[in-house]
Design a protein around this ligand. Structure first.
Ligand code: RB5
Length: 145
């Protein structure tokens, strides 16, 4: 399951990504926001997605705000969450291969739509490399304790 949310700054990109993900026959759950007109608080949406992903092993999330910064700060407060703010295909690939990010974060006000779609595709299609990277993720998990 892929859980998706944005604030008003990421709403347009969220809608585009949702269409793309559904066209890939992925099971998508949209947790809002529902339009770009009302100003909302990104931590509320980061919390919903981070809780869902944290409580459902194997599920993943995508969060979008204006810059992606606020969403990534908020989501990473939750246990088991590795939320990666990515800027291009390289960081999207690394977020999977090295960091095994379970939430991809992007900035709706900083990315062109085509670039964002390529980044999501890259993240979905890349594989975690494990090995020394798993050791580092284990160390991050220790930091949560
Ligand atoms: C909302 O104006 C904006 O602050 C938010 O979308 C995000 O960029 C925060 O990091």
């Amino acid at each position: 399951m892929l859980v998706l949310a944005s604030d008003h700054g990421g709403f347009g990109l969220k809608e585009t990504l949702k269409e793309y993900l559904e066209s890939r026959n992925l099971q998508v759950e949209d947790m809002g926001t529902l339009d770009a007109d009302q100003s909302v608080d990104y931590p509320d949406f980061a919390a919903q997605v981070a809780e869902k992903v944290g409580n459902n092993p194997g599920s993943e999330g995508i969060l979008i705000c204006g810059t992606g910064i606020g969403m990534s700060i908020a989501a990473n407060k939750f246990p088991g969450i590795r939320a990666a703010l990515v800027h291009d295909r390289f960081t999207a690939r690394m977020a999977r291969e090295h960091n095994n990010a379970n939430i991809l974060v992007m900035g709706g006000r900083v990315l062109e739509t085509d670039a964002a779609l390529e980044m999501v595709q890259t993240w979905l299609d890349s594989k975690f490399e494990g090995d020394r990277h798993q050791r580092r993720l284990d160390k991050i998990a220790q930091l949560e304790k």
